[in-house]
Write a protein that binds this ligand. Structure first.
Ligand code: HEM
Ligand code: HEM
Length: 179
């Protein structure tokens, strides 16, 4: 077993704060409250910081390091379908697609939320409906995200949730790494 540092503290704090902020706003906090808007803005600030970090942060955090390409996506699907045990040190190609989807969806939730607070869009039905539809899309994506994380952890033998807490991936010696 080799232990390799993959997620810096910012990524880990970002991840769990983003998840907590989303769940709090979608399930717990009264949606007509000031707190809903404030937590929503904290989530937006986290996303903005993440985008910045994706440009200047350490290697595994950079968008350029995990920008998904068609060929690598097909390879990962083949690995999954044929139970070929290979793993990625940073984000996998399919994982990366999900990450960009989640960042964009949460960003759009924030934008439509903000629009509802402006004179121009206040009380406009389609804005509220879009905000709600995007939250539903986010739930669907998160369910898929968590299922995929569990699936990939089992397939490769690398405990991915643990790595998102400790920052280190524990890679079994028998596993091949994809560059
Ligand atoms: C509830 C809402 C959640 C949201 C919005 C969310 C969002 C994200 C995002 C944006 C990333 C990319 C991290 C980055 O590079 O910045 C990510 C990665 C990750 N998330 Fe989540 N996440 C959620 C819940 C969870 C849960 C419950 C788990 C645990 C089972 C989890 C496990 C992971 C793991 C392991 C990764 C890294 C995957 C890899 O190794 O490439 N996430 N998530
Ligand atoms: C993590 C981000 C967010 C999540 C998960 C979220 C989730 C939700 C949900 C589930 C609703 C109820 C939709 C319905 O049933 O009609 C709602 C309504 C609303 N949200 Fe958000 N929201 C977020 C961010 C924001 C932001 C940033 C703002 C504004 C600054 C905002 C403003 C509102 C407003 C004004 C409503 C309508 C309340 C009403 O019924 O009058 N939201 N949001």
């Amino acid at each position: 077993m080799t232990s390799i540092k993959v997620w810096d503290p910012f990524i880990r704090i970002f991840h769990w704060s983003l998840a907590a902020g989303f769940v709090a706003n979608a399930l717990i906090i009264e949606d007509e409250s000031k707190l809903h808007e404030q937590v929503g803005y904290v989530v937006m600030a986290l996303l903005a910081a993440r985008i910045f970090w994706g440009l200047i942060g350490p290697h595994t955090a950079r968008f350029a390091a995990f920008w998904p390409r068609g060929a690598s996506i097909r390879e990962q699907i083949t690995d999954m379908a044929t139970h070929r045990r290979r793993a990625h040190l940073g984000h996998s190609p399919l994982g990366a697609l999900m990450i960009f989807n989640l960042i964009a969806t949460l960003g759009a939730i924030g934008a439509t939320g903000y629009m509802m607070t402006t004179d121009m869009f206040w009380g406009v039905d389609w804005v509220e409906e879009t905000h709600e539809a995007l939250v539903n899309w986010a739930w669907f994506s998160i369910a898929l995200h968590v299922s995929a994380v569990i699936w990939e952890s089992r397939r490769t033998g690398v405990n991915l949730p643990r790595a998102m807490i400790t920052g280190r991936k524990r890679i079994p010696d028998t596993l091949n790494l994809v560059k």
